[in-house]
Design a protein around this ligand. Structure first.
Ligand code: R5P
Length: 270
């Protein structure tokens, strides 16, 4: 269990940059993730962990890549439904072990029609994970109700997840995030949510989340929906692992943009 967690949350810094690419399980071909391999491959050298479903793992992830996998194992609803909370476990622990993943992840939907179902899903998954040394990450999902992302709600949801045995919790950054982190006795990572207006907004989110107690990010759209996804993940790594400020992250982003463009130009010439 500790070894698997250490593959994701790097012992050298106690932090992690997880790359979230599991959106298709309920959103279908999300913009810029239409072809998962094309999106994932250039980013993989900079990701401490890759979050995907088994379908994307099977079709779009090279088994030679040694990035630890965080396997999304819940699902059952699609973006066409108003209520996204009606999820079950969709991938067995046996399959997770066969796929040699570092961790499994599921969403919990506190305060929804399917609250109990999702919390029991978590508890059963934790029982199985503990049997085999596979850490479970709970995701405090808000479905379409993005306004739920406040400290009162998220501290409740994160604490419930930790109490039921999640080894890591993914949540959202919010005002007074330290209240959320203080109340959850397990490592927290933050999602990015829908793409923010500027790179600086995304860097501020990451910087503030870490300052207030998160151990890293599990971020998707703010990385791969950016026109310069590699520069974006490099800048986020600088904040997470090198304690870069937002200003320094912007410099890393601008510098990487130039280098990446030169590399593309050279490849095109070749
Ligand atoms: C939702 O599909 C998943 O839990 C995502 O992995 C999560 O929302 C993180 O991705 P993003 O940074 O795009 O919100």
């Amino acid at each position: 269990m500790s070894n698997r967690i250490s593959r994701m949350i790097k012992p050298a810094t106690g932090r992690t940059v997880m790359l979230a690419c599991d959106h298709g399980y309920f959103m279908g071909p999300t913009r810029k993730l239409e072809n998962p391999r094309r999106t994932i491959e250039p980013l993989i050298p900079y990701a401490d962990t890759l979050a995907v479903t088994r379908g994307v793992l099977r079709t779009s992830v090279d088994p030679k890549w040694d990035t630890p996998i965080l396997l999304r194992v819940s699902g059952g609803a699609s973006i066409l439904k108003d209520d996204l909370s009606d999820e079950e476990i969709t991938t067995s622990m046996r399959e997770a072990i066969r796929l040699n993943v570092a961790s499994v992840a599921l969403s919990i939907f506190v305060g929804t029609a399917h609250e109990k179902q999702s919390l029991v899903n978590l508890s059963k998954l934790v029982d199985e994970g503990e049997d085999y040394g596979i850490p479970v990450m709970a995701i405090t999902a808000v479905g379409k109700e993005l306004e739920k992302r406040d400290a009162k709600y998220l501290s409740l949801a994160c604490r419930l997840a930790a109490e039921l045995g999640a080894r890591v919790v993914k949540t959202y950054y919010c005002e007074n995030f330290s209240k959320v982190a203080d109340g959850a006795p397990v490592p927290l990572v933050v999602a990015g949510g829908p793409k923010l207006n500027t790179e600086e907004d995304a860097f501020n989110l990451v910087y503030n989340a870490l300052e207030e107690g998160a151990v890293g990010v599990d971020m998707g759209r703010n990385i791969w929906q950016n026109d310069n996804p590699v520069a974006m993940i490099k800048a986020i790594r600088a904040i997470v692992h090198e304690k870069a400020t937002v200003k320094e992250a912007i410099q890393v982003f601008n510098e990487s943009k130039k280098v990446d463009k030169q590399a593309i130009d050279t490849t095109v010439r070749d």
